[in-house]
Structure formats: C-alpha cells, structure tokens
Design a protein around this ligand. Sequence first.
Ligand code: NAD
Length: 324
Amino acid sequence: MVRSDSNVPVRSWSHAVVTGGAGFVGSHLCTALLDQGAAVTCVDDFCTGRLENVADLADRPGFTLLRADVTEPFDVARTADLVLHFASPASPADYLRLPLHTLETGSLGTRNALALARRHGARFILASTSEAYGDPQQHPQSERYWGNVNPVGPRSVYDEAKRFGEALTTAEAGVNGTDTGIVRLFNTYGPRMRGHDGRAVPTFIRQALAGEPLTVTGDGRQTRSLAFIEDTVRGVLAMARSELLGPVNIGNAAEITMLDLAHKIIHLSGSRSTVEFVERPTDDPAVRCPDITLARGKLQWAPVVPADEGLARTIDWYREQAAA
Ligand code: NAD
C-alpha cells in the first residue's frame, strides 16, 4: 500500500468478495469494483436480492456468482483481499417478514464472513446502519452516540443484529488482528431498489408513476437523510481503502421530512398524485441525520449528488424498467 498526499492510503484489490452482492447496494458495489479492475465474487442467497441486479455483470471477466447463505460457513475459490459484508435483509418489510434470518445473518453470517476475511488475510468491511442509533435522542447522530434502540420492539431484529455485528467485528479485530472496518450507512436510494420493498423512495416513485396517492406515514414530519447510491458506494470504497476501524457514518446530511419528499417526487415525476396519510409503524425514528465530520476528515469523502438530481435519475430508471 502507498499513501497519497492527502494521507488516505491508495489501495486497490485483486479479488473482492461482496456478500449480499445481488441486492441493491451490493450490486452497485460489484459494478464499481469490476470497473476498478478487481475480480469480484458475489455471494447471495437471493432472499431479497434479484438475479437481474447482476445479470449484466455475468459476462464480465472476473465476475463470479456464488449462491450461498452466509449463515453457513462458506469459502471462495481464489484468495480474496477484500470482503464487503453487505448480506442482510434491509427494508423493514423484508426484515419483519424474515426476523430470524435477519438475526442469523447479522450474527452467524457476520461470523462466517469475518472468518473468510481472516483466512484470506483480507480487509473486511461490515455494512452497519443508522438504525444502530434507533430512535435517536441526539441530533444529528455522530459515531460517539450509543443510540436508543428498543431491544424487544419489532425493528430490533435488524437493529440489534447490526449492533451485535459491530461488536463481533470489533472483537475480531482485537482478538485475531483481522483488518476490519465498520460503516454505518444512512438511507440510500437509487436504481435497482425494488418498487415494493417498502422503503419510502421506491414506494413514493412507484405510486407517483402509477398516479396513485403517495402513502405518507404519520403526519409526515419525521425526517430522513437520503444519499444517492453513487455517493454511498464511493464512501464504502473509501472506507475499504483506509485502515480505519470505525464505525464511520456514510450518509447525506441534507435532511428532509417524509411529506416534503413525497411532494418532491410528485413534482419531479410530473405526477398528478395526491398524498394520503397512513398509520406510522411502531418505533419508527422521528429524526435521522448523520454527522459526517469523521468521514470528511479521515476519508476525504462527502456526498456530491443533490437530491433533485439523484431522485430524477432514479425516477428515470423506474420509467425505463416499466417500459421494458
Ligand atoms: P437488499 O435487500 O437489496 O440487499 C441485501 C442482499 O443480501 C440481498 O441480495 C439478499 O438476498 C442478501 N442476503 C440477505 N441475507 C443473506 C444471507 N444470509 N446469505 C446471503 N445473502 C443474503 O438491501 P440493501 O439496501 O442493498 O442493503 C445492503 C446492506 O446495506 C445491508 O446489510 C443493509 O443493512 C445495509 N444498509 C443499507 C441501507 C440502505 O439505505 N439501502 C442503509 C443502511 C444499511
């Protein structure tokens, strides 16, 4: 490894393993790594992922698809120097449908992915989440905040699995010296999200394009901070290149209420849809906004795609999919 002038190490990889590589974020990571010249093994059990997300990668040199459930020990054929552990149901609709699988993926799956990284001497990155902060009592959330999670609420299968994964990753680095890092991703959106995965952006876009009312939960004043997928991928790979243990927040600090987001999507898509208020889910966080001081300072990373541009590109993608 060499160091650049900015003190961020310049690393490249010859073979990266991406668990959850057929999902939304994972498939974009596979593409970016192949574009940078790495061979990529995508490991996925397709519980929420889709073959079509990686269909255009199948013919690219260096791409391998391994259908496997990471809750069982797994290995890859050639030596890996990077393991990005992104396997996990991530949308509330998915993890409420798959509660035990979500817990096992965050615990056993993380253990198996860490063991793979240890055996291969690879850098390991855990995809954690802003949900580790629960319904936060500090705003914005910095990595120093320990969170406010209900350990027995319906969302706990996801939040606590990720928190356990963070603890396991940290212990693995301490006990076995494995080169690990943790990113806490805040809400990310973009092409390849499933229209019915239950998250706000794909739901609103699907409804707007169909001319249906946009279903805003509660009074719509709850906020989220939305990062476009290209920015998130850049942040994850900057973390992978670094030697930081983390956790490091990767997200866009531009905060928006769910009601404003609904109106923005109606406007950008030229839809005539209206807004309909529906019941708010249990333990739904009231606010969510990352403090990205650490990522800016240590990774020289910050999001650059404005919401209007990212949402317009995502809407275009859904239109193309509908046309196809
Ligand atoms: P996704 O559901 O689109 O992708 C998850 C992928 O993991 C799917 O392809 C699924 O089939 C696979 N998977 C799940 N359990 C598995 C298992 N046991 N073995 C093998 N594969 C398995 O979700 P996403 O939005 O792409 O999220 C990817 C990762 O990023 C998750 O770990 C999630 O917690 C994290 N994350 C995402 C966001 C976001 O806004 N998208 C925010 C925070 C954290």
